[in-house]
Ligand binder design. Structure first.
Ligand SMILES: CC(=O)N[C@H]1[C@@H](OP(=O)(O)OP(=O)(O)OC[C@H]2O[C@@H](n3ccc(=O)[nH]c3=O)[C@H](O)[C@@H]2O)O[C@H](CO)[C@H](O)[C@@H]1O
Ligand SMILES: [Mn+2]
Length: 357
């Protein structure tokens, strides 16, 4: 028997390479952890990992596992027996649900600030939806991760109409050209493919977290570090008190977004979701692949990519849930549980702004 074939040699060499990269990554990570523990006078969480290892780092070193408290920070002691009792604040799979009153924004900002994180946001303004962009961007400056590095990627077919907004230091507006379409359903669903590509081509080396947001919306209050997590879903404001039969999932068994009557935790928004690059890339890729596979069989799920996102989040449970404070709807009456509205969909005339309706 001949063991030294070209194939065997290739396998051995490849395995050695993979082990080498793994070893370097893990030892580098240990060094970073060690340096942050040993510098007792500093809370800075220095990232010394060379760019070449960053992608591997995303997979092997979960940056968010430890919250290092800032020194000399004073705040009211949290109580074990007090807190919100009118809403669910933790899911059955133990993911936190973020509501006003469940977190200390100053503490969280102070924990994240030394890590010098960069947050990306994507927003699409195709066709007449460009008119919503100015208010979206101006209110993002006032409320979205204020004081942090933020890159807002605007995807549009009308680059000359992107408003000039004065952005604070560390924040950038990055317009990107996308084709127009005469079907709003396609514009909405295609976002997933474009988000996947953005993460793979541009973000991996420069961004820590990403949020993907509808443009026909405004920020009205803080949306910040409390929302960070690996896979972050927003509970849709329209259905949050409904039982399973009142959730607007795709109900046709032929679709890849199908949800059976006995399935589903919550109904999540297509208009706001996010998380780590690794998780959002996989979500976007899966949703787009399932959407296009459906399309080849002439199937379009009831709420396009939102239906596929709901299927995905049923199987892949989000690690953090944002309450409907994080995507309310201006036309909806206020509910007692919603003590603050952070981001809200504006009232729009569908027939007037969509290319087809
Ligand atoms: C609040 C919320 O969860 N909204 C979701 C909901 O309807 P919506 O009624 O909110 O959908 P929509 O009309 O806002 O379209 C979604 C987004 O696609 C972009 N767009 C759409 C049409 C167009 O001509 N130009 C353009 O730029 C724009 O960023 C818009 O915000 O269901 C849709 C299903 O497809 C999406 O999942 C939306 O995110
Ligand atoms: Mn919308």
């Amino acid at each position: 028997m001949h063991f030294i074939t070209t194939k065997n040699v290739t396998v051995v060499l490849l395995s050695a390479l993979v082990l080498g990269v793994l070893y370097s990554t893990i030892s580098q990570s240990d060094r970073v952890l060690f340096s942050s523990i040993s510098q007792s006078n500093s809370v800075s969480h220095v990232r010394e990992i060379p760019a070449i290892f960053r992608y591997a780092e995303l997979f092997f070193y979960n940056q968010s596992f430890r919250h290092v408290a800032p020194e000399q920070q004073q705040y009211e002691k949290p109580s074990v027996v007090k807190g919100r009792t009118d809403v669910m604040t933790i899911t059955p799979w133990l993911a936190p649900v973020i509501w006003e009153g469940t977190f200390n924004p100053v503490l969280l900002d102070n924990i994240y600030r030394p890590r010098n994180i960069t947050v990306a946001a994507t927003v699409f303004a195709v066709g007449k939806y460009i008119r919503f962009l100015k208010d979206f961007l101006e209110t993002a400056e006032q409320h979205f991760f204020v004081g942090f590095n933020v890159n807002i990627y605007v995807f549009t077919d009308r680059p000359t109409e992107v408003p000039q907004i004065k952005m604070a230091a560390g924040r950038q507006l990055l317009p990107r050209l996308v084709p127009s379409s005469n079907r709003w359903q396609e514009i909405s669903a295609r976002r997933m493919q474009i988000i996947q590509k953005l993460i793979e081509d541009e973000l991996v080396d420069q961004t820590d977290y990403i949020f993907c947001l509808d443009v026909d919306s405004l920020f009205r209050a803080r949306w910040g570090t409390e929302s960070l997590g690996d896979l972050v879903a927003v509970i849709h404001p329209g259905y949050f008190k409904n039982g399973r039969d009142g959730l607007d999932y795709e109900r046709g068994p032929a679709s890849r977004a199908y949800m059976a009557p006995d399935e589903g935790d919550f109904y999540y928004c297509g208009g706001a979701f996010g998380g780590s690059l690794k998780e959002v890339r996989l979500l976007a890729k899966t949703c787009y692949e399932n959407f296009t596979a459906d399309a080849k069989e002439n199937i379009e799920a009831k709420w396009q990519e939102e239906s596929h996102l709901n299927r995905y989040m049923w199987i892949n449970k989000p690690s953090k849930l944002l309450s409907p404070e994080y995507l309310w709807q201006d036309f909806a009456p206020r509910e007692p549980e919603v003590q603050i509205i952070r981001f809200s969909g504006i009232v729009k005339n569908y027939a007037e702004i969509r290319p087809n309706e």
